[in-house]
Design a protein around this ligand. Structure first.
Ligand code: HGY
Ligand code: MN
Ligand code: MN
Length: 417
């Protein structure tokens, strides 16, 4: 569709809202959220839906060994480096319908609109749905396969949130670890630019009454686990003074964890424990092992200091109760400053759409911070209602969804011609 004022193509909001609704049905929960981990039945259904939607829009479709999907609008100069946009269609457990999906579906709607108005870009434009951004097996697995390549020994050690080996997940999409290892990362001359459209997932834009976030930096994210080691005993007969109850050390640790960012990080620093596992796991057994997940974040370069403080807190918490512990970091995704030229492309696109914009840091991790390692990368945010996300209440006003998709469309036209 072409806008009356600027004669520039504009997306069709009803179609985009319909796609968000349709994709949200794959893994829909009874709380109004979405549970769609990578390689799950819901994910397989979503992939098939996406392929059909791409073909129906007159686009090409392919997927790679790790399960990244690519929707393609061929350019007039097919040998020129491509322009990529995209995000992820996997979700956190009982997450929202927009986190990731909004960026992929807006990309689809942008390419559908370009086909509709007969606009042929010079460069081929592809929408990428990256696999396992949310880290059911390993954070940013799909984008890391494209940017860095993934080694066999790393992949064979990966398991899903419930222990299922990565090889089993890959088999569900007809792939294997060997196929992933054999897939070469992209070369610098394959892709000229990458831009990701995403909901902000925080309160900044809404509080400031702004339409668009032009992302300048994405935080560094470290994930890991600390396990406190006690001794299983009868919950009724074992005298309190003789118990080696792992929950006591975990209690001290969880009380201290929220103070680490303020004491050891910048204003952007955060930390949390999102997963707790207990063994043996019965009400009448003193806990032998308690395993806590770790998520610590801060501006690029600051996270190692936070990790040191967390390690010291774990040591102190175990010693205080005469218990042992083990702590293992499983990933550190470096923070990045996004390409200045791409930031300007996004800001200029927002000006052409006629909306306000604001440069800001992303406290959430994104595939964009992985792609930025190999491609000039930009990121566009739209406001989140009450700053909520990773929850069924996640939502963004349709007018804001439309604005973001049109700024993406203008950014793609600006970078692909
Ligand atoms: O954890 C994150 O920031 C993202 O949702 N994967
Ligand atoms: Mn997320
Ligand atoms: Mn996301």
């Amino acid at each position: 569709m072409v806008s009356e004022t600027s004669k520039q193509p504009r997306i069709n909001l009803d179609r985009l809202l319909g796609d968000i609704e349709a994709l949200g049905r794959f893994g829909a929960t009874d709380r109004g959220g979405v549970n769609r981990p990578v390689y799950s039945d819901a994910d397989l259904g979503a992939r098939q839906w996406l392929e059909a939607a791409a073909i129906d829009a007159g686009l090409g479709f392919r997927s790679d060994a790790i399960g990244n999907c690519f929707l393609t609008l061929a350019g007039a100069q097919p040998n020129e480096p491509k322009v990529w946009t995209g995000s992820h269609i996997d979700t956190v457990p009982d997450g929202g319908r927009l986190d990731g999906a909004y960026g992929v579906l807006s990309g689809l709607e942008c390419l559908r609109t370009l086909v509709e108005v007969g606009f042929v870009p010079a460069r081929t434009i592809e929408v990428v749905a990256f696999a396992d951004e949310e880290g059911a097996y390993g954070s940013f697995l799909g984008s890391r396969a494209l940017a860095d390549g993934l080694a066999a020994d790393y992949l064979t050690g990966l398991a899903g949130r419930h222990g299922e080996p990565l090889a089993d997940g890959l088999a569900r999409i007809g792939s294997s670890i060997d196929a992933v290892v054999a897939q070469a990362p992209i070369s610098a001359d394959e892709v000229a630019a990458f831009v990701e459209l995403h909901i902000e997932q925080g309160p900044v834009l809404e509080d400031a009454g702004l339409d668009i976030g032009v992302v300048t930096d994405i935080v560094e994210v470290a994930h890991g686990f600390v396990t406190f080691l006690g001794q299983a005993d009868h919950a009724g007969t074992t005298p309190m003074a003789l118990r080696r109850d792992a929950t006591r050390a975990a209690g001290s640790f969880l009380t201290g964890l929220p103070t680490v960012p303020a004491d050891h990080g910048s204003r952007t620093a955060v930390s949390t424990c999102g997963m707790i596992g207990v063994e043996p796991g019965a009400a009448n057994i003193v806990v032998e092992e308690i395993r806590l997940s770790l998520d610590v974040r801060d501006r690029a370069g600051n996270v190692p200091a936070l990790q040191g403080a967390v390690e010291e807190l774990a040591r102190r918490s175990a010693d205080e109760h005469g218990l042992n512990h083990r702590l293992q970091w499983t990933s550190l995704t470096p923070g990045v400053a996004l390409d200045g030229g791409m930031q300007q492309q996004v800001a200029d696109a927002a000006d052409r759409v006629g909306v306000s914009h604001h440069r800001m840091v992303s406290g959430a991790g994104h595939d964009a911070q992985v792609m930025a390692r190999v491609v000039p990368t930009g990121m566009i945010f739209v406001p989140s209602k009450n700053g909520r996300s990773h929850s069924p209440v996640e939502s963004t006003a349709p007018s804001d969804l439309e604005t973001g998709a049109n700024v993406l469309l203008e950014t793609l036209i600006g970078t692909a011609t």
